[in-house]
Design a binder for this molecule. Structure first.
Ligand code: SAM
Length: 229
């Protein structure tokens, strides 16, 4: 999978060089290219923002650098990419969104700052590929970088070869619409706290039933909205 990221703070994405995604990049499983939006400006101050038409607080990202950046990025690609613009005004990112996007051969993340990106950029991007405005959740961040990082990690770990044991992906929270059951490791007793005895029983059927029950209990308690769905 190829992933391009456009941001005015490319160093946010240095963290993609470590851990599982870093290894996947080194192995050529993920081709991640991070770009500085200011490389597509042409003035001495490398300006990427301007005042909003109609007035109001804050600045808006200018369309021109975005237009040139997206044109350059798609120039050497055969597949139409999916453009993901992190936005608190977008659809909410879920595990199902990660699964959908993991099938795309090419993703382009456009990270907004200030009050966001000039709306015409989304219409322009739609002439080059599919456009998704995606929110990390119902709160406002300072920029799209943290949201893009979270999405790249959630999508990237679904790409075959990124996570060592594919079975571990199947048993996780949200994969079956429920939260994951609680996990324990050695020692069996720690600071007087015991691991639930059923997990030491060796009875795989009983363990599976207990875990399912725990999933239901947790989900009912912490995320009843998931059960309603
Ligand atoms: N004025 C915008 C609004 O009210 O919808 C918020 C702009 S926010 C300060 C700047 C940028 O942060 C956005 O363009 C977007 O890229 C990113 N951002 C903020 N909150 C986000 C969220 N919950 N999910 C995804 N991206 C977010």
């Amino acid at each position: 999978m190829r992933i391009d990221v456009v941001s005015i703070f490319p160093s946010f994405f240095d963290a993609l060089e470590v851990s599982l995604l870093g290894k996947a990049r080194a192995a050529g499983v993920l081709d991640i290219r991070v770009h500085d939006l200011r490389d597509w400006t042409h003035d001495r101050h490398r300006t990427v923002d301007d005042t909003p038409y109609g007035g109001g607080a804050g600045m808006v990202m200018k369309p021109e650098p975005w237009g040139e950046a997206l044109d350059d990025i798609v120039r050497d690609t055969r597949e139409r990419p999916v453009f993901v613009f992190p936005s608190p005004a977008g659809e909410v990112f879920r595990q199902s969104t990660a699964r959908e996007l993991a099938h795309a051969p090419h993703l382009v993340f456009g990270c907004g700052r200030y009050e966001g990106i000039d709306e015409r950029v989304f219409a322009e991007a739609a002439t080059l590929g599919e456009v998704r405005l995606i929110s990390l959740g119902d709160y406002v961040l300072n920029g799209g970088e943290v949201a893009a990082m979270a999405m790249i990690e959630a999508i990237g770990r679904l790409i075959p070869g990124v996570v060592g044991n594919p079975q571990s992906l199947v048993e996780e929270s949200h994969e079956d619409g429920l939260l994951e059951y609680p996990s324990y490791t050695k020692p069996a007793v720690w600071r007087g706290r015991e691991v639930p005895p059923i997990l030491l029983s060796g009875n795989h059927g009983a363990i599976a039933a207990w875990r399912r029950e725990q999933q239901m209990k947790r989900t009912r308690l912490r995320r009843p909205d998931l059960l309603a769905e």
